[in-house]
Unconditional design. Structure first.
Length: 346
């Protein structure tokens, strides 16, 4: 794609830039309409961007729950039909500074959270865009929410391989409010993931000990009073943890999203930051012999490091995690934070 194409597309589509963020309306409640349980009718184009006219249909259920007391939300989708079986998850996080929503999609087939689709709502219509690779070439992707009422709405996905000059719809979904709102999210009969992290489900109090300078400091600080609440997703193949900070009016620092990849048999752990709405690159690893080790690459200030997260001393009522960084490719590790969790609720 030629340099400047994305900027031209943004201008042509009238997508607001950072300079106009302050003029946007506060949209943190834009997705409130979707909280609840829905019947889903999905029409999917079999071979997008090939001039195909073959569509298949699927039907099933979507359940959307609030996260951070409604400042984000998570949807679980399960549909079956001519197009096979689709089990997915949508994580929507609001960036209060840019006044934009960021939508991440994950499929249980690999558990990976995809790139953020960024946008918002105007006059009852939501539009979201991103750039992705499709069959080895970059394309633009558009998501549109429309026809929103208290009992129904519609989502359309479209691809463009010509810089936004034309769009081909390939995913049309109609949602109808389920009469039974008491039922929980879809629960597949068989889970294809080990139960390695089941110990973490529930509510925990958290004590933190960390270095003030994580890259070589000698001064440690301690704090207590935070809460860690872990909810199951996909019948144990994923989980969402909400981290609540102490105070008279508790606030959410963010969430951990953990997903399982049945192909590699590894777990991915993503950090979702409440203040920015951004999702980190995943830490990846597994549990062996009662200890979990996950690895990734992170930026600490202006320095890029290798990062390691360990889960250890695991019992039914407590466990610990340790964060460490390496500047020499993993030869030496510098622990910089230890978190102790004690069960405080189911």
């Amino acid at each position: 794609m030629r340099p400047g194409t994305i900027a031209a597309v943004i201008a042509a589509l009238a997508i607001p830039t950072a300079a106009t963020a302050r003029s946007r309306p506060d949209g943190q409640h834009d997705f409130d309409f979707e909280i609840g349980r829905w019947h889903v009718h999905l029409e999917r184009l079999v071979r997008p961007l090939t001039h195909s006219t073959t569509w298949v249909t699927l039907d099933g259920t979507s359940v959307v729950r609030p996260v951070w007391d409604g400042l984000a939300n998570l949807g679980e989708l399960e549909v079956d039909g001519q197009g096979g079986h689709v089990e997915g998850m949508s994580l929507r996080v609001y960036d209060p500074r840019a006044r934009q929503w960021r939508i991440h999609w994950a499929n249980s087939s690999d558990g990976a959270l995809g790139p953020a689709m960024v946008g918002g709502f105007h006059d009852g219509r939501g539009e979201f865009y991103d750039q992705e690779d499709f069959n080895g070439r970059p394309i633009l992707v558009r998501f549109v929410f429309s026809d929103i009422t208290t009992t129904s709405f519609r989502i359309e996905q479209a691809f463009s391989d010509d810089g936004g000059k034309s769009w081909e719809k390939n995913w049309i979904t109609t949602f109808t409010k389920d009469a039974d709102q008491s039922a929980g999210p879809p629960q597949p009969a068989a889970a294809d993931a080990p139960r390695d992290f089941d110990f973490e489900l529930g509510t925990w109090s958290m004590r933190t000990r960390r270095l003030t300078d994580p890259l070589g400091g000698a001064t440690w600080t301690e704090s207590a009073g935070s809460s860690h609440i872990v909810h199951p997703i996909w019948n144990g193949r994923a989980a969402l943890a909400e981290l609540m900070l102490p105070g008279k009016t508790p606030s959410f620092a963010g969430s951990l999203v953990r997903t399982y990849n049945p192909q590699t048999k590894l777990w991915n752990v993503y950090w979702v930051d409440r203040a920015t709405g951004r999702v980190s690159a995943p830490m990846v690893g597994e549990i062996r012999g009662g200890t979990a080790e996950l690895y990734g690459q992170q930026d600490v200030g202006s320095t890029t490091v290798l990062a390691r997260e360990r889960y250890f001393d695991i019992t039914t009522s407590s466990f610990k995690t340790e964060r460490a960084y390496s500047l020499d490719g993993g030869t030496h590790w510098m622990p910089n934070a230890i978190y102790t969790f004690t069960r405080s609720g189911p």
